[in-house]
Design a protein. Structure first.
Lengths: 270, 273
């Protein structure tokens, strides 16, 4: 067998991906800049803060060559604020707390503004938008959260948080409390995933989908087998109904009918 | 003069420019995630892969040079001091970790593609060969030498020129062709030879049902919308035009059918998670 793993990246692969997130370190020794295949690393000069990929930060930390500055969200204060949003806030009873905005997306305070996507271009001339793990969502910032901007959980929060607590717990503020809050967040959010199963039927229809905005990478990884299993099962059950509807629509369009869309609406309610 | 220099540096930036290294790494990582997650084989990004392979070659020779100089005893005593050598080992281990991570991604990508290829081998073989020379579908009855019908006959010949529409790379086409020939010969010798000649083909479409199974494009994927908004579609087919479905907004993560966002993925407007 060429490849034994199931479709969709598995949790170890998600951790691998999370190790590409940039974090800030304070080096304890000098090292000249390096040209890596994942991009250049700027020279390490103690005690200058330098952003490096998480895997490199963990490698240096294990050899006691650097200290890691934990990302601003990995702090008991920020985490309990996020936990409050997840549990108390009316808008997020059945949804995840909002993720950090993508570049060009309005942040929490400027809500209502239109997002302006800012693509870069690949050498092939295709549009390319940067997303996690290639956004600076986990680097240390000077002010924890500037101007009352509420803290947000980044896409790879669970993996980055767990790895930092494992390897660099002495760099994290109040590691026990942080660990407890991470665990609580995880439980609250996985309960939301479970309670959302009823909605999954929408994803089984053609052109439909279910929004999971704000979900973390590892939460997708954990739920992927179950969610795609349910959706694919529902789709197979509804396949003949869908086929019948398509035939009906084809007939309507063949008759020059304009009411194909109305038929569609009627069927949706059934 | 200065502008010419800048332009020249942009032109030659293909492989050596650190900015483009980082960008290609990001593109490749995203492609790997997508290939791992979607049900069908994605188009082979040949230019991106060529750049990646060239960089890996370059990096391997850099590591070898560094290892050679650090293990050279005359070098240690003359030019570098003892802390210098520990720094070299650190640099070496970082470079090697980085190289292994990239190699892991490439291996995983290629193996995933091989798994998809072998699962629906006949489908991809027909897909990659029909584009330039149309293969006549199984002409059972018209065929004069029906007595000598063999399973191998259903395998289309290797395309002479590599078509641009095929999602396979050249080596993947060669692999697939050899793989399917072996498989057909094996089926033929183990059981198909005892069947009646007209039932021996592997691409039979008697009764309007094709034997050749392709990937199910309706399987679900997780996507993130990257453009300002993207509309999920139900693709045309069965006499129905394309139907527009729900609208994703920027930053949204949705569970949708792959066929509904395939076009948007091709434009780079959504990312598979």
């Amino acid at each position: 067998m060429a490849f034994p793993l199931p479709r969709g990246i598995t949790p170890p692969e998600i951790s691998f991906l999370a190790e590409m997130e940039m974090v800030t370190i304070v080096p304890r020794q000098r090292l000249e800049g390096l040209e890596l295949l994942g991009g250049p690393i700027s020279p390490l000069i103690p005690p200058r803060r330098t952003p490096v990929p998480l895997w490199l930060a963990l490698l240096l930390k294990r050899q006691r060559r650097a200290n890691i500055l934990p990302p601003p969200w990995l702090h008991p204060e920020s985490l309990s604020l996020i936990l409050d949003t997840e549990t108390q806030h009316q808008d997020y009873k059945h949804a995840f707390s909002p993720p950090p905005p993508l570049p060009g997306q309005p942040n929490m305070r400027e809500r209502g503004q239109r997002p302006i996507a800012r693509p870069r271009y690949t050498p092939e001339g295709q549009r390319y938008y940067r997303t996690p793990p290639f956004l600076p969502q986990n680097v240390a910032r000077d002010q924890a959260f500037d101007d009352g901007e509420p803290p947000t959980l980044p896409f790879h929060w669970l993996e980055v948080g767990t790895m930092l607590l494992d390897v660099a717990s002495d760099d994290v503020v109040d590691p026990d409390q942080t660990r407890r809050l991470l665990k609580e967040l995880r439980e609250v959010r996985s309960a939301k995933i479970r309670s959302g199963v009823d909605l999954l039927e929408d994803a089984a229809t053609a052109g439909g989908g279910v929004a999971l905005t704000g979900v973390g990478a590892m939460e997708i990884g954990e739920g992927r087998g179950f969610i795609s299993g349910v959706v694919d099962g529902l789709r197979r059950i509804g396949a003949s109904k869908e086929q019948a509807r398509r035939e009906q629509m084809a007939e309507a369009t063949a008759n020059g009918g304009y009411d194909a869309t109305q038929d569609d609406d009627d069927d949706m309610e059934f | 003069m200065e502008i010419d220099d800048i332009l020249a540096s942009v032109d030659s930036s293909g492989v050596s420019n650190p900015e483009s290294t980082a960008l290609d790494h990001q593109l490749f990582t995203r492609f790997w995630v997508a290939e791992r997650s979607v049900p069908e084989l994605l188009p082979w990004p040949s230019r991106l892969m060529n750049r990646m392979m060239e960089r890996i070659q370059h990096q391997i020779s850099t590591i070898e040079d560094l290892a050679a100089t650090s293990s050279d005893p005359s070098n240690i005593t003359t030019t570098t001091t003892v802390p210098g050598t520990t720094n070299t080992t650190l640099t070496l281990s970082i470079l090697q970790t980085d190289l292994s991570r990239t190699q892991y991604l490439i291996r995983s990508l290629l193996r995933q593609r091989l798994a998809k290829l072998t699962k629906h081998s006949m489908y991809y073989l027909l897909l990659s060969s029909t584009s330039p020379p149309p293969i006549p579908p199984s002409s059972n009855l018209a065929n004069p030498d029906i007595k000598s019908q063999q399973p191998e006959d259903s395998i289309p010949p290797l395309p002479s020129s590599h078509s641009t529409t095929s999602p396979l790379s050249i080596s993947e086409i060669q692999f697939l062709h050899t793989h399917q020939t072996l498989l057909a010969r094996h089926f033929g010798s183990s059981f198909l030879s005892s069947f009646p000649p007209q039932l021996r083909r592997l691409d039979d479409n008697a009764g309007g049902t094709s034997m050749v199974q392709g990937p199910d494009l309706r399987e679900t994927v997780f996507v993130r919308c990257l453009a300002e908004q993207v509309t999920v579609v139900a693709p045309p087919g069965d006499g129905v035009d394309e139907v527009l479905g729900g609208t994703m907004r920027m930053g949204d993560v949705w569970v949708v059918r792959w066929e509904g966002v395939k076009e948007a993925w091709g434009r780079g407007d959504v990312e598979v998670l």
